[in-house]
Design a protein around this ligand. Structure first.
Ligand code: SAM
Ligand code: SF4
Length: 341
């Protein structure tokens, strides 16, 4: 057993059955969204869960506090679109006060970000991931099915001015945005930003037929190097999900996330809680336990802690094994918005 002494008390860290320590909670706060990115959900949206089925803020804070006592020190707020959930700023602020949580970050589509930036800065949010799949208004509309390009670009510039560390996520898709790979990379020449190219995954809520990707992480980097052959490889953080590079004389960096080819699982330190309170020990499992139901049946904090340990003692070693364990392939049709991508 591995204990760490903090100023507070001794904590009993959470490990999986492959010796990986869990440190990072991805918390899906809503399934709902004001965009309809075609790789994430159908045009008509999803069969969104009733509010009563979604974890309350109190339930989210309780689960986060229990995990913080097990060594989880970083939380990412995601969804759905976090800023469409009413009073989300109150949850974000409360999470920053949980003992043991050192950083709270957010992944957002940037449509409603600007109005929240002053408070986000004031409460010490120091990193935001902005999703932006292209640098062209028409293509943006085709991908997201909404006319929000100008707001998202305004959010990008506001983030650059805010001093908040920013990563831009772009899902790479053969038919839609290959021409944007170079311009998006070039954002890093003039801005201190990390632009990350994500392999498309099958989690689109049944909105489209998923065919094996044509652009994997390796091909994306080779493509960048056709224009910038002096692009250099950077050292990645040990639990980084991206392989990172830098264009010559760039202020920022670029990265590729092999989310579909899954060469990043060996160092995975992530816990996913979906908006409905399902635990996913891997992005590619379809949920292994309902902490919502467990809490609502009256589970104590100790029982919840034991249950996390039990579930992580049977974790798949990688995304391929997790997918194989599923009896059906139905999780292929789940949306990233209900997973908490
Ligand atoms: N709505 C917020 C946003 O778009 O940033 C947060 C939730 S969204 C599900 C989180 C991330 O998942 C986004 O960067 C999005 O591009 C990515 N994503 C969604 N569906 C995906 C898919 N099928 N394959 C790869 N990435 C996907
Ligand atoms: Fe909404 Fe994010 Fe999914 Fe796009 S990727 S539909 S912004 S949840």
């Amino acid at each position: 057993m591995d204990f760490v002494k903090t100023s507070r008390t001794k904590i009993h860290l959470l490990y999986d059955n492959h010796g990986r320590q869990l440190r990072y909670l991805r918390l899906g706060v809503t399934e709902r969204c004001n965009l309809r990115c075609f790789y994430c959900m159908p045009e008509e949206g999803l069969n969104f869960s009733h509010k009563s089925q979604i974890l309350s803020f109190e339930e989210m804070k309780r689960l986060t506090s229990i995990l913080a006592k097990m060594g989880i020190n970083k939380v990412r707020i995601t969804g759905g679109e976090p800023f469409v959930r009413k009073n989300i700023m109150d949850l974000i602020e409360d999470l920053t006060h949980i003992e043991g949580i050192d950083s709270v970050n957010i992944t957002t589509n940037g449509t409603n970000l600007i109005e929240h930036l002053p408070r986000l800065k004031a409460i010490g949010i120091d990193a935001i991931n902005l999703s932006l799949d292209c640098l062209d208004k028409d293509r943006f509309f085709k991908i997201t099915r909404r006319d929000e390009y100008d707001q998202v670009i305004a959010s990008f510039h506001a983030l650059m001015e805010s001093g908040i560390s920013t990563k831009v996520n772009m899902v790479v898709m053969q038919e839609h945005n290959i021409d944007d790979i170079i311009p998006m990379s070039e954002l890093t020449l003039t801005h201190n930003v990390s632009v990350r190219f994500i392999e498309e995954m099958p989690f689109n809520g049944g909105g489209k037929l998923f065919t094996p990707i044509k652009w994997n992480a390796k091909q994306i980097i080779e493509h960048v190097k056709t224009k910038y052959p002096a692009t250099v490889r950077l050292n990645d953080h040990e639990s980084s999900t991206s392989h990172n590079y830098q264009l010559p004389d760039a202020k920022g960096s670029i990265g590729v996330i092999p989310a579909y080819t899954r060469t990043i699982c060996t160092a995975c330190d992530r816990i996913r809680l979906t908006p409905k309170g399902e635990l996913k020990t891997c992005l590619y499992d379809s949920g292994v336990f309902s902490f919502r139901d467990f809490i609502r049946k009256g589970a104590t904090d100790l029982e919840i802690e034991d249950q996390f340990r039990k579930l992580f003692s049977n974790r798949a070693k990688d995304g391929f094994e997790a997918q194989q364990r599923e009896k059906t392939n139905s999780n292929s049709f789940e949306s990233m918005a209900t997973i908490g991508g």
